[in-house]
Each structure stands twice: as structure tokens, then as C-alpha cells.
Design a protein. Sequence first.
Length: 183
Amino acid sequence: MIAEGFAAAGAKTTLLPGGEVFSALEKGTIEAADYTGPAVNWDLGFQQVSKFIWTGPPGLESIYQPVDLMDFVVRMDVHNKLSAKMKGWLDDEVQVYSNVHHAAIQKADLEAWGKFEKAGTQINRMPLEDLPKWQRIATPIWFKWANKDHDAARLFKMQLELMESHTIGYVTPDMYKGLKIEA
């Protein structure tokens, strides 16, 4: 989905295994990479092979994907054997883990920005006036991918409601007029 968005914006995209991104940047095989967040990119040494970082406009780090998900997977037959109390406990623990994990990622990312700057990496933000172009590109792609699977459609519908909310508010129904969640 991400590569499809960049391709729609005019970039020539190449999908690589994560372990090959550093060497491809180092050798000049690729000119840019979209790979995880700043803390992981710092730990992988990307500051040694890149001079620039681009993010979304202020308040909106990622403009082409609606959400990064964390999940916990259990076979349905195992889950169904749990008592109601155990299912509730499991749901609560997964929520706590997700919150702690998300907060740790955010903290590490905040610390990484300063490291990149100290290493001489220039950090840039996309101008806010460029956001509508990316929204026009990304929105149909989100719907396309959501409609590939019933569960993806169900989750995307929840995410879309959040993106339309007054809290987040960077998607409006007029942006996807004619697009439907069908799966």
C-alpha cells in the first residue's frame, strides 16, 4: 500500500527486505527509503547513508497510511475455550501492552530526532499546502486495500471514523465521495 502511494505520486518504487535497505542506500541502488520510525532507523545506522528526513506536516507524521497497528493473535478455537473472565483479562492486558509499547516507541522516536540532527541529518516537514495532493492520492488506495478483506474493511471503517473526528480531523467525507467500503 505504501509503495503504491509513492508510485501514484510519481516515484519509482522498489520493495526490498528490511535487511537490504541500508546497503541499497549506501550503494546508491535506491535514492530514498520509507522504513519504520526514527528510533529504529537510527539504530540501523541510516544517518550514515542519508542526509535528509522528510515527515508529514506538523501534527501529522504520516500522510499516506491511516494507522500503524499492533496486534496479538490467538487461534479462534483457543480463544473460544477461555472463560469470560479470562477473555476480559486478556483484552485488558493486550490494551495495556499496546499502550506501553506505543508510548515506548514514541519516546524513543522523540529521542532519535535529536540524534539525527546532531549527526547532521536535515529534518524537513512537508508543507501543509501539499497535504491535499497526498490525500487525493492516498484515500482511494486505502479503500482499495480495505476492500480486499472483510476484516480489513471493518478495521478501516473504524479508523476512518477516527480520521474524520474533530480530534484528528484530516479526512472529510467529500474526499472519498463515490468510494465505499464493500468487503
